[in-house]
Design a protein around this ligand. Structure first.
Ligand code: A3P
Length: 319
Protein backbone atom coordinates (compact mmCIF):
# COMPACT_ATOMS: atom_id res chain seq x y z
CA UNK A 1 0.00 0.00 0.00
CA UNK A 2 3.08 2.25 -0.19
CA UNK A 3 2.38 5.56 -1.91
CA UNK A 4 -1.41 5.33 -1.57
CA UNK A 5 -2.90 8.69 -0.47
CA UNK A 6 -4.40 8.67 3.06
CA UNK A 7 -8.02 9.12 1.85
CA UNK A 8 -7.70 6.12 -0.41
CA UNK A 9 -6.03 4.14 2.33
CA UNK A 10 -8.87 5.03 4.69
CA UNK A 11 -11.41 3.94 2.11
CA UNK A 12 -9.67 0.61 1.68
CA UNK A 13 -9.41 0.16 5.40
CA UNK A 14 -13.05 0.93 6.15
CA UNK A 15 -14.26 -1.21 3.27
CA UNK A 16 -12.43 -4.04 4.93
CA UNK A 17 -13.49 -3.19 8.50
CA UNK A 18 -16.92 -1.50 8.14
CA UNK A 19 -17.67 -2.06 11.84
CA UNK A 20 -14.93 0.45 12.63
CA UNK A 21 -16.42 3.35 10.65
CA UNK A 22 -18.05 4.71 13.77
CA UNK A 23 -15.69 5.79 16.53
CA UNK A 24 -15.96 4.40 20.04
CA UNK A 25 -15.21 7.07 22.62
CA UNK A 26 -13.21 5.73 25.52
CA UNK A 27 -12.95 7.42 28.88
CA UNK A 28 -9.81 9.59 28.73
CA UNK A 29 -9.12 8.96 32.41
CA UNK A 30 -9.02 5.18 32.19
CA UNK A 31 -5.73 5.18 30.30
CA UNK A 32 -2.89 7.21 31.84
CA UNK A 33 -1.47 8.10 28.41
CA UNK A 34 -4.81 9.46 27.24
CA UNK A 35 -5.25 11.51 30.37
CA UNK A 36 -1.81 13.02 29.96
CA UNK A 37 -2.56 14.35 26.49
CA UNK A 38 -6.07 15.52 27.37
CA UNK A 39 -6.51 19.24 27.91
CA UNK A 40 -5.73 19.89 31.63
CA UNK A 41 -8.88 22.03 31.90
CA UNK A 42 -11.06 19.00 31.16
CA UNK A 43 -12.00 16.61 33.92
CA UNK A 44 -13.54 13.17 33.82
CA UNK A 45 -15.70 14.23 36.75
CA UNK A 46 -17.47 16.43 34.19
CA UNK A 47 -19.10 13.28 32.85
CA UNK A 48 -22.24 11.90 34.47
CA UNK A 49 -21.89 9.18 37.07
CA UNK A 50 -25.48 8.03 36.65
CA UNK A 51 -27.56 7.10 33.61
CA UNK A 52 -31.31 6.65 33.85
CA UNK A 53 -31.88 4.66 30.69
CA UNK A 54 -35.63 4.17 30.57
CA UNK A 55 -37.32 2.53 28.78
CA UNK A 56 -39.82 5.08 27.49
CA UNK A 57 -43.22 5.30 29.19
CA UNK A 58 -42.16 3.68 32.43
CA UNK A 59 -42.12 6.80 34.60
CA UNK A 60 -38.67 8.00 33.57
CA UNK A 61 -39.69 11.68 33.62
CA UNK A 62 -41.03 11.35 37.16
CA UNK A 63 -37.78 9.77 38.32
CA UNK A 64 -35.75 12.44 36.51
CA UNK A 65 -37.83 15.25 38.03
CA UNK A 66 -37.66 13.85 41.56
CA UNK A 67 -33.90 13.19 41.35
CA UNK A 68 -33.24 16.79 40.34
CA UNK A 69 -34.71 17.91 43.66
CA UNK A 70 -31.88 16.27 45.57
CA UNK A 71 -29.28 18.73 46.87
CA UNK A 72 -26.35 16.49 45.81
CA UNK A 73 -27.64 15.60 42.37
CA UNK A 74 -27.78 17.55 39.12
CA UNK A 75 -28.99 16.75 35.63
CA UNK A 76 -27.59 17.87 32.30
CA UNK A 77 -28.49 21.19 30.75
CA UNK A 78 -31.28 20.92 28.20
CA UNK A 79 -30.38 20.01 24.65
CA UNK A 80 -31.66 22.52 22.06
CA UNK A 81 -33.16 19.67 20.01
CA UNK A 82 -34.22 16.95 22.42
CA UNK A 83 -34.74 19.06 25.59
CA UNK A 84 -34.07 17.22 28.85
CA UNK A 85 -32.86 14.09 27.03
CA UNK A 86 -29.39 14.42 25.52
CA UNK A 87 -29.71 11.18 23.56
CA UNK A 88 -25.96 11.08 23.04
CA UNK A 89 -25.34 7.35 22.91
CA UNK A 90 -26.79 5.35 20.03
CA UNK A 91 -27.69 8.42 17.98
CA UNK A 92 -26.05 10.82 15.49
CA UNK A 93 -25.15 12.99 18.52
CA UNK A 94 -22.53 10.41 19.42
CA UNK A 95 -20.41 11.54 16.47
CA UNK A 96 -20.35 15.08 17.89
CA UNK A 97 -17.79 13.76 20.34
CA UNK A 98 -17.16 13.76 24.04
CA UNK A 99 -16.57 17.49 24.39
CA UNK A 100 -20.07 18.07 23.04
CA UNK A 101 -21.41 15.63 25.61
CA UNK A 102 -19.34 17.06 28.46
CA UNK A 103 -20.49 20.60 27.74
CA UNK A 104 -23.97 19.72 29.05
CA UNK A 105 -22.63 18.93 32.51
CA UNK A 106 -21.35 22.12 34.11
CA UNK A 107 -19.39 21.53 37.26
CA UNK A 108 -21.55 21.38 40.29
CA UNK A 109 -23.11 18.73 42.43
CA UNK A 110 -21.55 15.41 43.37
CA UNK A 111 -23.81 13.18 41.30
CA UNK A 112 -24.32 14.28 37.72
CA UNK A 113 -26.83 12.32 35.75
CA UNK A 114 -28.65 12.18 32.52
CA UNK A 115 -31.91 10.51 31.64
CA UNK A 116 -32.48 9.41 28.08
CA UNK A 117 -35.28 6.90 27.98
CA UNK A 118 -34.32 5.90 24.43
CA UNK A 119 -31.11 4.31 25.71
CA UNK A 120 -32.55 1.16 27.20
CA UNK A 121 -33.27 -0.88 24.08
CA UNK A 122 -30.90 0.67 21.54
CA UNK A 123 -28.41 -1.94 20.42
CA UNK A 124 -25.23 0.16 20.53
CA UNK A 125 -25.86 2.07 23.73
CA UNK A 126 -24.58 -0.29 26.46
CA UNK A 127 -21.28 -0.77 24.62
CA UNK A 128 -20.84 2.96 23.93
CA UNK A 129 -21.87 3.98 27.45
CA UNK A 130 -19.71 1.27 28.99
CA UNK A 131 -16.68 2.48 26.99
CA UNK A 132 -17.03 6.13 28.01
CA UNK A 133 -18.57 5.77 31.46
CA UNK A 134 -17.41 2.42 32.82
CA UNK A 135 -17.91 3.37 36.46
CA UNK A 136 -21.31 5.01 36.00
CA UNK A 137 -24.36 3.60 37.74
CA UNK A 138 -27.35 2.65 35.62
CA UNK A 139 -31.02 2.77 36.55
CA UNK A 140 -33.55 0.73 34.60
CA UNK A 141 -37.28 1.10 35.29
CA UNK A 142 -39.39 -2.01 34.92
CA UNK A 143 -43.07 -1.41 34.36
CA UNK A 144 -45.40 -4.18 33.19
CA UNK A 145 -44.57 -4.26 29.45
CA UNK A 146 -48.29 -4.43 28.67
CA UNK A 147 -48.94 -1.19 30.57
CA UNK A 148 -45.91 0.34 28.90
CA UNK A 149 -47.10 -0.64 25.42
CA UNK A 150 -50.58 0.76 26.05
CA UNK A 151 -49.11 4.01 27.35
CA UNK A 152 -46.96 4.37 24.24
CA UNK A 153 -49.98 3.70 22.01
CA UNK A 154 -51.91 6.52 23.70
CA UNK A 155 -48.88 8.78 23.63
CA UNK A 156 -48.82 8.32 19.85
CA UNK A 157 -52.54 8.97 19.54
CA UNK A 158 -52.10 12.17 21.53
CA UNK A 159 -49.40 13.14 19.01
CA UNK A 160 -51.77 12.45 16.10
CA UNK A 161 -49.83 9.47 14.83
CA UNK A 162 -51.83 8.20 11.88
CA UNK A 163 -51.32 4.48 12.55
CA UNK A 164 -52.38 4.84 16.20
CA UNK A 165 -55.42 6.94 15.33
CA UNK A 166 -56.63 4.60 12.61
CA UNK A 167 -56.02 1.24 14.31
CA UNK A 168 -57.11 -0.19 17.61
CA UNK A 169 -54.46 -1.25 20.11
CA UNK A 170 -55.33 -4.88 19.42
CA UNK A 171 -55.00 -4.39 15.65
CA UNK A 172 -51.54 -2.90 16.08
CA UNK A 173 -50.12 -5.54 18.42
CA UNK A 174 -51.43 -8.41 16.29
CA UNK A 175 -50.55 -6.90 12.92
CA UNK A 176 -48.65 -9.29 10.67
CA UNK A 177 -48.82 -7.32 7.43
CA UNK A 178 -45.14 -6.54 6.83
CA UNK A 179 -46.08 -4.16 3.99
CA UNK A 180 -47.97 -1.91 6.34
CA UNK A 181 -44.85 -0.03 7.40
CA UNK A 182 -46.43 2.54 9.69
CA UNK A 183 -48.33 -0.06 11.71
CA UNK A 184 -45.30 -2.33 11.84
CA UNK A 185 -43.17 0.55 13.09
CA UNK A 186 -45.73 1.41 15.77
CA UNK A 187 -45.95 -2.24 16.78
CA UNK A 188 -42.17 -2.35 17.16
CA UNK A 189 -42.24 0.72 19.41
CA UNK A 190 -44.99 -0.84 21.50
CA UNK A 191 -43.42 -4.24 21.95
CA UNK A 192 -39.65 -4.18 21.44
CA UNK A 193 -38.58 -2.22 24.54
CA UNK A 194 -40.78 -4.51 26.66
CA UNK A 195 -38.59 -7.55 26.06
CA UNK A 196 -36.70 -6.46 29.13
CA UNK A 197 -34.61 -9.57 29.61
CA UNK A 198 -32.76 -9.41 26.28
CA UNK A 199 -31.99 -5.69 26.63
CA UNK A 200 -30.84 -6.07 30.21
CA UNK A 201 -28.50 -8.87 29.21
CA UNK A 202 -26.85 -6.44 26.80
CA UNK A 203 -26.38 -3.90 29.61
CA UNK A 204 -24.94 -6.60 31.84
CA UNK A 205 -22.25 -7.31 29.26
CA UNK A 206 -20.82 -3.85 29.89
CA UNK A 207 -21.82 -3.07 33.48
CA UNK A 208 -21.42 -5.25 36.57
CA UNK A 209 -24.61 -6.09 38.47
CA UNK A 210 -23.46 -3.93 41.38
CA UNK A 211 -23.76 -0.84 39.14
CA UNK A 212 -27.28 -1.56 37.88
CA UNK A 213 -30.44 -0.77 39.82
CA UNK A 214 -33.90 -1.95 38.78
CA UNK A 215 -36.77 0.27 39.82
CA UNK A 216 -40.31 -1.10 39.91
CA UNK A 217 -42.32 1.26 37.70
CA UNK A 218 -45.53 0.53 39.60
CA UNK A 219 -43.89 1.38 42.89
CA UNK A 220 -42.53 4.57 41.35
CA UNK A 221 -46.14 5.56 40.73
CA UNK A 222 -47.67 4.37 44.00
CA UNK A 223 -44.84 5.03 46.46
CA UNK A 224 -42.23 7.31 44.89
CA UNK A 225 -40.83 8.34 48.30
CA UNK A 226 -39.71 4.76 49.00
CA UNK A 227 -38.23 4.45 45.51
CA UNK A 228 -36.30 7.67 46.06
CA UNK A 229 -34.90 6.37 49.34
CA UNK A 230 -33.72 3.22 47.57
CA UNK A 231 -32.22 5.28 44.76
CA UNK A 232 -30.30 7.47 47.21
CA UNK A 233 -28.92 4.38 48.95
CA UNK A 234 -27.88 2.98 45.59
CA UNK A 235 -26.15 6.26 44.73
CA UNK A 236 -24.63 6.49 48.17
CA UNK A 237 -25.44 10.19 48.40
CA UNK A 238 -23.94 12.10 51.34
CA UNK A 239 -27.36 13.38 52.29
CA UNK A 240 -30.41 11.12 52.57
CA UNK A 241 -33.55 13.14 52.09
CA UNK A 242 -37.06 12.00 52.89
CA UNK A 243 -39.21 12.48 49.83
CA UNK A 244 -42.37 12.11 51.92
CA UNK A 245 -41.78 15.76 52.84
CA UNK A 246 -41.35 16.74 49.21
CA UNK A 247 -44.02 14.82 47.32
CA UNK A 248 -47.74 14.58 47.85
CA UNK A 249 -50.49 12.73 46.06
CA UNK A 250 -52.68 14.99 43.96
CA UNK A 251 -56.18 13.60 43.51
CA UNK A 252 -56.88 15.66 40.44
CA UNK A 253 -53.79 14.42 38.61
CA UNK A 254 -53.96 10.93 40.07
CA UNK A 255 -50.19 10.95 40.66
CA UNK A 256 -47.60 12.22 43.10
CA UNK A 257 -46.53 15.82 42.55
CA UNK A 258 -44.02 18.21 44.13
CA UNK A 259 -45.18 20.16 47.17
CA UNK A 260 -44.71 23.94 47.10
CA UNK A 261 -44.47 26.34 49.99
CA UNK A 262 -47.41 28.26 48.55
CA UNK A 263 -50.16 27.04 46.30
CA UNK A 264 -50.98 23.67 44.78
CA UNK A 265 -48.26 21.05 44.25
CA UNK A 266 -46.47 21.12 40.91
CA UNK A 267 -47.27 18.06 38.82
CA UNK A 268 -45.59 16.73 35.70
CA UNK A 269 -46.93 18.21 32.45
CA UNK A 270 -50.18 17.26 30.76
CA UNK A 271 -48.37 14.77 28.53
CA UNK A 272 -47.36 12.66 31.54
CA UNK A 273 -49.93 10.73 33.54
CA UNK A 274 -52.68 10.40 30.96
CA UNK A 275 -53.73 6.94 32.13
CA UNK A 276 -56.95 8.24 33.67
CA UNK A 277 -58.05 9.57 30.31
CA UNK A 278 -57.47 6.39 28.36
CA UNK A 279 -58.25 3.70 30.96
CA UNK A 280 -57.36 0.03 30.98
CA UNK A 281 -56.10 -2.38 28.34
CA UNK A 282 -58.96 -4.50 26.97
CA UNK A 283 -59.01 -8.15 28.02
CA UNK A 284 -58.36 -9.56 24.55
CA UNK A 285 -55.21 -7.47 24.10
CA UNK A 286 -54.04 -8.24 27.62
CA UNK A 287 -54.44 -11.99 27.10
CA UNK A 288 -52.57 -11.78 23.80
CA UNK A 289 -49.69 -9.78 25.27
CA UNK A 290 -49.46 -12.04 28.30
CA UNK A 291 -48.55 -14.80 25.86
CA UNK A 292 -46.10 -12.58 24.00
CA UNK A 293 -44.26 -11.51 27.13
CA UNK A 294 -44.62 -14.72 29.12
CA UNK A 295 -41.23 -16.31 28.39
CA UNK A 296 -39.16 -13.09 28.49
CA UNK A 297 -40.86 -12.12 31.75
CA UNK A 298 -40.03 -15.49 33.23
CA UNK A 299 -36.39 -15.02 32.24
CA UNK A 300 -36.48 -11.55 33.79
CA UNK A 301 -37.87 -12.94 37.01
CA UNK A 302 -35.04 -15.44 37.25
CA UNK A 303 -32.50 -12.78 36.45
CA UNK A 304 -33.76 -10.44 39.18
CA UNK A 305 -33.75 -13.30 41.69
CA UNK A 306 -30.20 -14.17 40.64
CA UNK A 307 -28.91 -10.62 41.15
CA UNK A 308 -30.84 -10.22 44.42
CA UNK A 309 -33.16 -7.50 43.17
CA UNK A 310 -36.77 -7.38 44.43
CA UNK A 311 -39.34 -8.83 42.02
CA UNK A 312 -41.95 -6.19 41.05
CA UNK A 313 -45.48 -7.28 41.94
CA UNK A 314 -46.64 -7.23 38.31
CA UNK A 315 -43.81 -9.65 37.50
CA UNK A 316 -44.40 -11.90 40.48
CA UNK A 317 -47.88 -12.49 39.06
CA UNK A 318 -46.38 -13.79 35.79
CA UNK A 319 -46.23 -17.51 36.41
P1 A3P B 1 -49.13 7.83 31.03
O1 A3P B 1 -48.91 9.24 30.57
O2 A3P B 1 -49.47 6.90 29.93
O3 A3P B 1 -50.08 7.74 32.20
P2 A3P B 1 -42.20 8.46 30.80
O4 A3P B 1 -41.92 9.68 31.56
O5 A3P B 1 -41.10 7.43 30.91
O6 A3P B 1 -42.58 8.75 29.39
O7 A3P B 1 -43.44 7.74 31.47
C1 A3P B 1 -44.71 8.33 31.48
C2 A3P B 1 -45.56 7.57 32.49
O8 A3P B 1 -45.05 7.83 33.80
C3 A3P B 1 -46.99 8.01 32.56
O9 A3P B 1 -47.71 7.29 31.57
C4 A3P B 1 -47.40 7.65 33.99
O10 A3P B 1 -48.17 6.47 34.07
C5 A3P B 1 -46.06 7.41 34.70
N1 A3P B 1 -45.86 8.17 35.94
C6 A3P B 1 -45.27 7.67 37.05
N2 A3P B 1 -45.23 8.59 38.02
C7 A3P B 1 -45.80 9.71 37.52
C8 A3P B 1 -46.05 11.00 38.07
N3 A3P B 1 -45.70 11.31 39.32
N4 A3P B 1 -46.69 11.91 37.29
C9 A3P B 1 -47.05 11.59 36.02
N5 A3P B 1 -46.82 10.39 35.43
C10 A3P B 1 -46.20 9.45 36.18
Amino acid sequence: MKGVPPEHLAELYFNRYPQEVDPVWLNPCVDKRHREIWNPGKKCSDFPSLLVVGPQKTGSTALYTFLKLHPNVSANLDSPTSYEELQFFGSPNYNKGIDWYRSFFPSGRAVKFEKSATYFDKEAVPMQAGALLPSAKVIIILLDPITRAFSWYHHQRAHNDHAALSHSFYDVITNTDKHNREVQSLKTHLLRPGFYYEHIQRWRRYYPDSQIMYVDGEQLTSDPAQVMTDVQLFLNTDVLIDYRHILSFEDEKGFYCIKRSVGRPKCLGAGKGRVRQYGQVDEKSRAYLQQVFYTPNLALKHLLAQVGSPIPSWLAANS
